[in-house]
Design a protein around this ligand. Structure first.
Ligand code: SF4
Length: 458
């Protein structure tokens, strides 16, 4: 049978979809590139922002005609949106053509659910919380399909979150934090490395609190895990996402500084540059704490690239408080910021707060915030002009097929001409001199093949 997956939401969802696809492929299914070609259509949803939720529901409505054309088609909806209170019942009653409704805890059961629906025609709903160690991961049976020749991969190290930031729905839909054992994670990364993976990204809602829930005999914290991942033969770069500033210890910064394989990219979500807002967001730190952490990072890792997440229009945010955020980001001088308009998520404390901010005010603040940050980002990138960086090739540039595109350790995109006399592949490491700087990317020229330089020097 052929299947098609449509994904909404964050990197974690993208990774889940990839793992789901490889799981189905290892069970004899074939992935296709359009829903019309598929016997099974899977919609992987996200409820972190209203926009992603609306898009998923719109998409679900749009594929009704495909079901009507062929009623043997199995429509599956999964992901964190299905864990929301009452959502599964709403889907069941409004979209009767959906055959399988699964939450985030039962994704690995999809092949057996499809088989059951095919055999019986009955619908299945499974949105219960399971903690039975069956979460999706790369296995010997699925790794080849999942990678499809790629040189980088993402690995979940923990699921769920205990933080309850007042605007965030994640702890309610993905459950409390569960860390995988270091042995299990390392086994997965060793497997990936054997299949040619050079760069691994460790994923968790809050990687810095990794291990706090592990039993004593498996004790391991995030710093220790990072150091062990760096020891896996074949792994050249290690990234991680996402950090919580409150749990980012000085010790972790030191471990990163001592392990050159850990990329010098610190993504440290700030969310707001005003203490009163941070308190109402339940973030657990102040701007003074954040500033000190940032200074420590920059003193220990002088080439650190620091990026952040920011929310505008949190309930009750005054113009004065918003200006404090603008002032604080000028002080912090982030390399880049992912900026978001506050999205009211039903079931979270912030959704019930009075003084929700009008949309036009939110949009205006977002634009002003981006204007300030874009200027700082451009200044950072201009400071890179003329310098040489290690760049890992990703492939051809999307906009110009005669150019290659790659990333620095700091996660900055560099576009440079492909050499005429050498065939380069995704995952190759090169030395590139920066010749052009823009807000979101850089241009460069090849200096030499980094790997061959290392070989000569060795
Ligand atoms: S740390 Fe806060 S924002 Fe991040 S997933 Fe947990 S509750 Fe949500």
């Amino acid at each position: 049978m052929q299947f098609y997956i449509q994904t909404f939401g964050c990197q974690m969802n993208e990774n889940d979809s990839r793992l789901l696809a490889s799981l189905l492929q290892s069970n004899g299914y074939t992935e296709v590139d359009a829903p019309e070609k598929a016997g099974v259509i899977i919609i992987n949803t996200c409820c972190v922002r209203e926009n992603a939720e609306n898009k998923a529901l719109g998409y679900l409505g749009s594929i009704k005609k495909l079901y009507e054309e062929d009623r043997s088609r199995i429509i599956v909806i999964c992901g964190c949106m299905m864990q929301q209170k009452g959502m599964a019942e709403t889907i069941k009653s409004k979209y009767r053509y959906v055959k399988i409704i699964m939450g985030t805890f039962s994704a690995s059961r999809l092949p057996e659910y499809i088989a059951e629906v095919s055999a019986t025609g009955r619908s299945i709903i499974d949105v219960e919380e399971h903690y039975d160690g069956t979460e999706l991961k790369h296995t010997c049976a699925t790794v080849e399909e999942a990678l499809d020749g790629d040189y980088k991969a993402q690995v979940n190290i923990s699921y769920g979150c205990n933080n309850f930031c007042s605007y965030c729905i994640v702890p309610y839909v993905r459950g409390r934090e569960r860390s995988r054992s270091a042995a299990d994670i390392l086994e997965e990364i060793q497997l990936l490395a054997e299949y040619g993976v050079k760069e691994v990204q460790l994923l968790g809602q809050n990687v810095n609190s990794y291990g706090k829930d592990l039993p004593e005999e498996q004790a391991c914290d995030f710093a220790a895990l990072l150091a062990q991942v760096c020891q896996v033969p074949g792994i050249q770069r290690v990234r991680y996402m996402t950090s919580h500033p409150r749990d980012f210890s000085r010790h972790l910064v030191d471990v990163i500084q001592e392990n050159p394989k850990v990329c010098r990219h610190f993504h440290l979500p700030l969310q707001a540059g005003c203490d009163e807002l941070l308190q109402r967001m339940n973030r657990g730190y102040t701007t003074a704490y954040y500033g000190e952490l940032l200074s420590y990072i920059r003193s220990r890792v002088p080439d650190a690239v620091v990026t952040t997440d920011l929310i505008v229009g949190f309930p009750g945010e005054t113009e004065e408080q918003f200006r404090q955020t603008l002032d604080f980001i000028r002080e912090c001088r982030f390399d880049a910021a992912y900026t978001f308009i506050y999205s009211q998520r039903s079931g979270t404390p912030a959704a019930k707060m009075p003084e929700q901010i009008p949309e036009d005010v939110k949009k205006d603040r977002l634009q002003r915030l981006m204007d300030v940050q874009n200027e700082i980002s451009l200044e950072h990138n201009r400071q890179m002009l003329g310098k040489i960086y290690e760049v890992m090739v990703e492939g051809l540039s999307k906009n110009n097929k005669s150019m290659l595109s790659g990333r620095t350790e700091g996660n900055k995109i560099v576009v440079f001409p492909a050499p005429e006399d050498e065939e380069l592949h995704p995952g190759d490491c090169l030395k590139v001199r920066i010749t052009g700087a823009h807000t979101w990317n850089l241009e460069g020229e090849l200096v030499s093949s980094f790997e061959s330089v290392c070989e000569t020097e060795c």
